[in-house]
Design a protein around this ligand. Sequence first.
Ligand code: ZN
Length: 143
Amino acid sequence: MSSLPPGAEKIDHIGIAVKDLDAAEKTYTQLLGVPPYKRETVASQQVVTSFFKIGESKIELLSPTAPESPIAKFLEKKGEGIHHLAFGVKDIVASLAKLKAQGFRLIHETPIQGADQKLIAFVHPKDTTGALIELCEPLQQGL
Ligand code: ZN
């Protein structure tokens, strides 16, 4: 179960940017056969999120709460679709330090409080072949 620290342990979730959270929740409830288990606003990111759990993995729907939200900008540029891929890590501070030492540009040099009781940080997509990568570490183990 344990891997070499500070590596990624699993795909924790996939983030999908949506314009209409109510409509997207209905779509994903039909698609996955389960309703979302929580809806949460993340003030620091100006988003409202909705989470679905499928086995070990989650789907995070993200919708902007303000025009200057990063998700609003993403929707403007690219439209709805996959926004980021999140890897679960055990020690996010150590993981960020390792990535930085390897030359990855970090959007967050230190982790911030994200949705779903997690510390999160993003790695710049220019250094990850275009995919926005999030690292996340649960604030409480066992979620
Ligand atoms: Zn996420």
